[in-house]
Design a protein around this ligand. Structure first.
Ligand SMILES: Nc1ncnc2c1ncn2[C@@H]1O[C@H](COP(=O)(O)OP(=O)(O)OP(=O)(O)O)[C@@H](O)[C@H]1O
Length: 255
């Protein structure tokens, strides 16, 4: 089976610091890959390179076999690369429902314009409402997006990604900052996405219990390099991974 997403020797340098260093990795549909590693390992930077928020120094990103390295982030989104929106990308004064409705509209090819012939289309609103129910935000549908507390903002990010229904879902610590009762909602959604078997899911996550439960595969980044890649039990058992992940023992060069 051809990979949905692939990075080849993907590299970014900030001045003298190589934050992502020749990372080659292929991701397949129906698989949830957790990306782990100590703080500063390059996980978020790797995500930013895949989604187009950062421009690679060298190497490439391929989506369904096509080189998308030169494409800006919005065009990557349009091709099916889903990265959680940041709130700065939303319409903060619009309601939660309207924001999700715009994402649904974008998926249907309407673009992200506010004024559109689709504006009153009931089925877009119904779809948006269904997504909000899935993330348990239906009761906040009419609130301005900017007025949501932190946990709800994170849920809205997930809602927007679901509304776009991309081929590749990229979750960067999706439950960070959530209260204990909010976390299961998001984990249930990721579990449901996994069960669909047609999505390629990438998850950056520090909580190892979450990784163990959800991941089909773990890749470990350390100092920007791919340190390990494989089945969760095997990867987690590697001494070099334990030391790197716990950050307690220096990893030897070339380990
Ligand atoms: N825009 C930037 N300019 C300079 N250095 C950067 C930039 N973005 C990231 N870095 C550096 O790249 C390295 C990797 O950072 P990154 O945030 O990707 O790590 P991470 O694995 O996601 O860490 P964490 O688990 O703490 O979120 C760090 O040393 C960071 O300081």
């Amino acid at each position: 089976m051809n990979p949905v997403l692939e990075t080849r020797d993907l590299t970014i340098r900030f001045g003298g610091h190589v934050a992502v260093d020749r990372v080659s990795c292929a991701f397949h549909a129906g698989t949830l890959t957790a990306i782990v590693g100590p703080n500063g390992a390059g996980k978020t930077t790797y995500f930013n390179l895949i989604s187009g928020q950062l421009k690679a120094t060298s190497g490439s990103v391929l989506l369904e076999g096509e080189d998308i390295t030169a494409l800006p982030a919005p065009l990557r989104t349009r091709r099916g690369l889903g990265r959680a929106f940041q709130l700065t990308q939303l319409f903060p004064n619009l309601s939660v429902l309207e924001n999700v409705r715009l994402a649904v509209q974008a998926r249907h090819g309407g673009g992200l314009q506010l004024l559109s012939v689709w504006l009153d289309h009931k089925h877009l609103l119904d779809e948006a409402q269904a997504v909000l129910e899935a993330v348990r935000l239906a009761d906040k549908a009419d609130a301005p997006a900017s007025a949501l507390p932190h946990g709800d903002q994170r849920k809205l990010e997930v809602a927007l990604m679901m509304a776009l229904d991309p081929k590749v879902y990229m979750f960067d610590e999706p439950t960070a900052g959530m209260s204990v009762d909010e976390v299961p909602v998001v984990l249930d959604l990721i579990r449901a996405l996994k069960q669909r078997r047609d999505k390629t899911i990438l998850l950056v996550e520090h909580k190892m219990d979450v990784v163990r439960e959800l991941a089909d595969r773990i890749i470990v980044l350390h100092n920007g390099q791919l340190l390990a890649d494989g089945e969760p039990a095997q990867v987690m058992a590697l001494p070099v991974v334990q030391s790197a992940y716990m950050g307690t023992v220096a990893v030897e060069e070339g380990a």
